[in-house]
Design a binder for this molecule. Sequence first.
Ligand SMILES: O=C1O[C@H](COP(=O)(O)O)[C@@H](O)[C@H](O)[C@H]1O
Length: 266
Amino acid sequence: MMGRPPNLFCFQSIDKDLAPNLRKYVLEQQNEALKRHEVFRVAVSGGSLPATLATALLAPSSGAEDDKVEFPKWEIFYADERCVPLDHDDSNHKLVKENLLDKIPADMGQPKVYPIDEAHLDDVQEMADQYEKTLVSIFAARDSVKLPLFDLILLGCGPDGHTCSLFPDHPLLRESDAWVLSISDSPKPPPKRITLSLPVVVHGVKIAFVATGGGKASVLKKIFETEEGSKLPCGLVNAGGGEKVSWFCDAPALEGVNFPRRGSVI
Ligand SMILES: O=C1O[C@H](COP(=O)(O)O)[C@@H](O)[C@H](O)[C@H]1O
C-alpha cells in the first residue's frame, strides 16, 4: 500500500454505533463540501449500503449545528447501476429510493437525484456515455476537468472484492480515459451495468466503504493482509485513495482481520 493507509473502523453493532459514526462522517463531508461550493455531490452504491446509509441519515438530529442533513443541497449520483428499469428489483436506484428517498420526512426536503436514463436500456455503452454526459454537464466540460470530483463516494465490497461494478481481473480495471464504463459480462447478475471508473473513484475527495456481516470476513482479510487482495478492486481503491479512504465495518466482517483499527469518528 502506497502512502498513508486507509482508515479502518470496527463497530460492534450497525444500529448502535456503526450508523451513528457513519452519519457523523457523512455530515462532516457534507458540511465541508457546502463550505467549498454550496452543494454536496455524492455517489452511492447499491447492495447492502442503502439500508445502512438510511439508518444513519434518517436518525433524529441531535440539534447541533453540524448534525443537520441538508438534503436539498445534496446531488446524488450512482457509483454503479444495473441496466434495468428503475422500478426493477435489481435497480440500485430502486434500493436507494425505497430505503432512503421515500422515507425522508417532507419537511427535510429532497436531494436532486441523477438516475440512469431508461431510454438507453437496450444499449449499455450508450447508457454509460449518456451518464458520463450528465456528469460532464454537472462537473464542467471534460476539456477543462480531467476527472469529476465527487465530495464523497460511498462504496460496498462484494464477497469477491468487487466494488461499484468493477470486478476482479476485469479489463475495465485498466480503463483510464472514460469516466463511466459499461460492462456486459458482469459475473454477478444482472450482466449489463454501468460503473464509475477506478480513476474517478480514487479521485473522490473522500471515499467510504461500508462492509458488514461475517460473509465479508474472508475477503476483508485478503484485502487488508495480502498482496493478492491489494489487486482486488477494493484493494486498488485502498492503494489509489490511501488515507482518503475509510472503511466502516462491523465486528463479524473484521473477524480475524489483522490490520490496525482507528478509534470511532464520534
Ligand atoms: O452488485 C453490486 O454489489 C456491490 C456490493 O454489494 P453488497 O450487497 O455486497 O454490499 C454494490 O456495492 C454495488 O453497488 C452493486 O451493484
